[in-house]
Write a protein that binds this ligand. Sequence first.
Ligand code: GAP
Length: 458
Amino acid sequence: MDSLSLMDKITALCKRRGFIFAGSEIYGGLANTYDYGPAGTELLRNIRNLWWDNFVHKRDDVVGLDTSIISHQEVWKASGHTSGFADAMIDCKNCKLRMRADHLIEEITKEKAEGKTLEELNKIIQNNVKIVCPNCGEHDWTNPRKFNLLFPVNLGIIEGDQSLAYLRGETAQGMFINFKNVVDSSRVKLPFGIAQLGKSFRNEITPGNSVFRTLEFEQAELEYFFDPNVQNWEKLFTDWKNAMWDFTTKTLGINKDNLRWREHDDKERSFYSKKTEDLEYKFPFGFKELWGIAYRTDYDLRQHTKFSKKDLSIIDPTTSKKIIPHVIEPAVGINRMLLMILSDSYVEEEGRIILKLNPRLAPYKAAVFPLLANKPELVEKAKKIYKDLRSSFVAVFDGRGNIGKRYFAQDEIGTPFCITVDFQALEDDTVTIRDRDTMKQERVKISGLVNLISKKII
Ligand code: GAP
């Protein structure tokens, strides 16, 4: 399977089986926006729930938060986003295509260009005639210019500066501005983390690659606060890297060979970070960032102290000293995780397309079929089984087409178990259960189904 066609195949499967649709499709689409269908919605929920369970519920030192998407303009001035959060964009003078200058260079030269200055980007592009427009093939570019990624929103009816707010560009700031609220209202003590799942918005222009980079996306971020005089930041950084690796390889079941770590150099690293590493996944279009980890020091809490004039320092109970805690931040996109999971589980085998999803991620854990859809006694029995299973996990009923077509559809959705109700079921209360990956069928008692499947999906 060559990698370009793999992306096309995944995109087609996503549409065919209800994972991902183009945004505003019936109006001709809206670039870099996507909608999730019934199967995609279940998959997103499963990823989110596993992340929350692993990093919040299963830890003593992390609490959750849910902050607003629309935020005060001062938040983004303090964080540095209104001045520093910008991409260098370049326009094709011939066909007017607008692109990120670093992405254009990387696509053609395969050399990393993120973090280069406007002058450096311009020099590379103007001196290399092979860097042509992917749309019209011309080498006729404007100079790169910076565009801010934040989405401004005007609140109320008053035009002008007072009513300006922003859609959040990262969920992280919600956790910094509520740091004192969390400390004062819960029993946390250093070191501790605040976690949040939610949508962020960036005015990004990037062609293709499905949900990899979009205008709105869901982030799963965690701010781990600590006292650098008590905890060694390098050890904490390594501990969090291990937690990210284990979640990706063990909980989600992603193939280790498709993952690697990459450290940002001084030019690429964000203005607020002392050290940043990316866990990269080998997407069909190459190794790209999945999950970043950054040591943000005390930058954000200090900036918010300065801008809000509120004291955000706390007493560390270990030293009894007043400090502004430092922060290590693992931050991932749920939609990017979904694309990784789809890429990693897509398999073609003997004329079948299978999503070999880890069963705990599968949108539906079991599908129940009557052998023949025109035999009411089989349909009734199958519906009863489906309803019983549904109270323990997500299941579907499918009575359309023939059995072969139903298996074919469920394999493409990644349903690990298919249960067929035949005439023997009416006599001895047994059914056949088919395993998605091995295609092996077993005859089992209906009364044991919930137990049998439950054991395999945890
Ligand atoms: N608070 C730090 C932060 O936001 P980031 O590397 O810009 O860091 C974190 O974003 C993660 O969010 C990325 O690793 C990626 O998985 C996801 N992400 C960022 N921009 C995205 C976009 N435009 N579309 C989809 N996911 C995105």
